[in-house]
Design a protein around this ligand. Structure first.
Ligand SMILES: Cc1cc2nc3c(=O)[nH]c(=O)nc-3n(C[C@H](O)[C@H](O)[C@H](O)COP(=O)(O)OP(=O)(O)OC[C@H]3O[C@@H](n4cnc5c(N)ncnc54)[C@H](O)[C@@H]3O)c2cc1C
Length: 155
C-alpha cells in the first residue's frame, strides 16, 4: 500500500483560506485582590499553536484549589506559567523560521528516534524543546523577536 502522505501525491484543492488576528499575552500578577485571572485572561494559552483549552481548564482547577485552601494563586500556577513561557520560546523560534526551516523541522520530526520518543515514551518533547530554548534565550538577545516581556521576579 502506498503512503498517502508522500509529498506531491495528494490531489487537493484549497476551497477557502482566511487569516485571523491572533493576540496572545500574559498577566502578572495572576491575582489582584480576590480576583483570580484564569484562562486567556491570565495568559494561559500556549503561544506555540494557540491552544488554550487544557491550560485554561488547568488554571481554573488551580484557582478553585487556591480558593478552597486559601493559598496564593501565583504560587500554584507557577509550573503552568513556566510551561506557557516555554511555549512562547518555541513560538519565538518559529517566528524566525522560513519555509525551508519548516521543511527541515518536519523531517526532523519523522526521524525514528524522535518518533520513538514522541509516541513510545512520556517525555514531554515540546517542554524539553522549550526549556532548551529558554536556556538559549538567556544567552542570545532575541529582543526584537520576543513576544514576551522580561521574566518577572515571582517570590
Ligand atoms: C479560532 C480559534 C480556534 C481555537 N482552537 C483551539 C484548539 O483547537 N485547541 C485549543 O486548545 N484551543 C483553541 N483555541 C483557544 C481556546 O478557545 C481558548 O484558549 C479557550 O477557549 C480559553 O478559555 P477561556 O475560558 O479563558 O476564554 P473563553 O473561552 O473566551 O471564555 C470567555 C467567556 O467570557 C465571556 N465574556 C467576555 N466578557 C464578558 C463579560 N464582560 N461579561 C460576561 N461574559 C463575558 C465570553 O463571551 C466567553 O464566553 C482556539 C481559539 C480560537 C479563537
Amino acid at each position: 500500500m502506498e503512503d498517502f502522505s508522500l509529498p506531491g501525491k495528494i490531489d487537493y484543492h484549497i476551497t477557502e483560506s482566511f487569516l485571523l488576528p491572533h493576540i496572545a499575552g500574559t498577566a502578572y500578577p495572576h491575582q489582584v485582590g480576590n480576583i483570580l485571572l484564569v484562562g486567556i485572561s491570565g495568559g494561559f494559552m500556549e503561544a506555540f499553536l494557540g491552544f488554550g483549552t487544557v491550560s485554561s481548564i488547568r488554571s481554573g482547577i488551580l484557582a478553585a484549589r487556591a480558593i478552597a485552601t486559601n493559598s496564593p494563586f501565583d504560587g500554584l500556577v507557577k509550573k503552568l506559567d513556566q510551561e506557557m513561557r516555554r511555549s512562547v520560546r518555541i513560538r519565538e523560534a518559529l517566528n524566525t523560521m522560513r519555509n525551508a526551516d519548516y521543511d527541515r523541522l518536519v523531517s526532523l520530526g519523522t526521524l525514528p528516534i524522535i518518533k520513538q520518543i514522541n509516541y513510545n515514551t512520556n517525555i514531554p518533547i515540546l517542554n524539553v524543546a522549550g526549556s532548551v530554548l529558554e536556556l538559549v534565550r538567556k544567552s542570545v538577545d532575541l529582543t526584537e523577536k520576543s513576544i514576551l516581556p522580561p521574566s518577572p521576579k515571582i517570590s
